[in-house]
Design a protein around this ligand. Sequence first.
Ligand SMILES: Cc1ncc(C[n+]2csc(CCOP(=O)(O)OP(=O)(O)O)c2C)c(N)n1
Ligand SMILES: [Mg+2]
Length: 581
Amino acid sequence: MTAIDTYLLLHAFCDELARCGMKHACTSPGSRCTPIVLSLIRERRIRCWSHIDERCAGFFALGAAKASGLPVAVTCTSGTAAANLAPAVIEAFQARVPLIVITADRPPELRDVGAGQTIDQLKLYGDAVKWFVEVGVHDAGPERVRWIRALACRAYWTSLHGRPGPVHLNLPLREPLVLSEPLPRDASGRPDGGPWMTRVPPGPPARRGPSRSLPARGVIVAGRHERDDRLAGAVAALAARAGFPLLADPLSGARHGPAAIARYDLLLRDERFAAAMLPELVIRVGDLPTSKPLRMWLVSLTGVTQVALDPEGAYQDPDGTLSTIDAGDPLAALAAILPRCSADPSWLARWRSADTAASDAIDALLRAQQQLSEPLVAARLGEWLPSNATLLVASSMPIRDVELFFTSAQTAPRVLSNRGANGIDGTVSAAYGVTAASAGPVVLLIGDVALAHDIGGLLAGRRLALKLTIVLLNNDGGGIFHFLPVAGDTDTFEHHVATPHALDFSHAAKLYGCGYERTTDMESLRDAIERSLGCRGATTIIEVRTDRGENLTLHRRIADAALAAVGKAVSRPATAAAPAA
Ligand SMILES: Cc1ncc(C[n+]2csc(CCOP(=O)(O)OP(=O)(O)O)c2C)c(N)n1
Ligand SMILES: [Mg+2]
């Protein structure tokens, strides 16, 4: 086996990825991975994004795959480099994001004999990948070239079809790792320019049974669903026509239209409202939203038929509430449901009047605020950002505040978040990945601990000439933990749980060549965001300082005010609840 063999096989492999439709790949430096990196770069149809830190590379690839819906390749050298991809691989598996992870490895004769930078990379990511292949070392004879073309296609389609997710190809490479002569022309691909192998995705659902009419009191719960942008509109339209309240997380893209109930998290904290508004049917699309009151309410609906429309038949049911998982095409299922609906207008009207009462109370309270606050920033981002923008929201309070305070609007930006494994890691890198694969502007809403966790991700801005607007909610620690019982343990809480760090992020901005602004009022925040969206090139960090204790108090005041208003609207008093970490 010579370097020519290695490069011919890799050329065929990358050619097939491009023929299948791959647009983006991420590289990170090393010696062993040189043939993979050079082969990806030479494939002009694939745009290669270089990263120093493999953890950032993995999350960048995740963001690009999330934003484009297409598999993205990520490659790295052998050893701990490959282990650094694990968080992004796990998130991609949990969140059903198609990735093709290509790890360079030492050939078999150099394993477990003390060779440098060599670890056991076989099945390194365990069950967090859909498919693992030890590619092996081969001569580039016609049979092996055909085989590697088919392998590339299979990796691509496997990551994309059915339940999307990561696949892992471990690629041992023998020295020499660079070519000292020109690569012979390779015309081994299909002459029509198509992939070596295509796979027809799962077909239309089996014909549905007789059309019994459905109960009039239905509810639709819509959660994170990134892969089919037609679904959000179809769900909102069905909810409106069927008269079913639509409890839509902004991550579903479906929080709009006359049936959208934006304040479900608050409404369902009111025990009497939750008990009175019992549905006869629940239809779920996408993941379960984050809201704990919503999840608890779904659990309480014993005896109510709960159907999940999930094209991959994924088991998203931590509380065992589902009656059916319908793995057919959700659009076809929605179309089949509509003629069976017989709306009871008073059902939706009661939800809506409570929702309006809660919304008015929240608005009044937020408008009366003199200072910038975390809820206010989340609420206004939903209104200010143009509909062609993408808002990537970090885990912890930002994602909860977006769920709680985004209003219902057709013009809202697209909202993405890493909610497969709910990690606060890799968020900056994922945001740059989203930028790389998005036409419109990208804004990242992030807490200070999450930003500190992936501060190295900022490097992508200048190195890869990508622009990002970062709205940083800096409460010097994990504000979420103040909502949890652990906050009562004062001896250890501050240092070990809240983890204040006193970081001055303006220095990070300087180090990574980002713009930096600190804002203290609404007007200057809006101006700073507009300036950043309007400027060319650079990333801007726009910092809003908040206080964790005051944030807890404000959330409680908002919940109390909203619940009092809901209580009045439905002539009942109310109680409050806390989010889960
Ligand atoms: C990788 C990872 N480590 C730890 C956690 C646990 N965790 C959840 S929220 C949080 C604090 C986040 O703080 P920050 O980003 O400042 O947001 P805030 O809570 O202040 O809104 C931590 C450490 C996690 N989700 N993921
Ligand atoms: Mg914080």
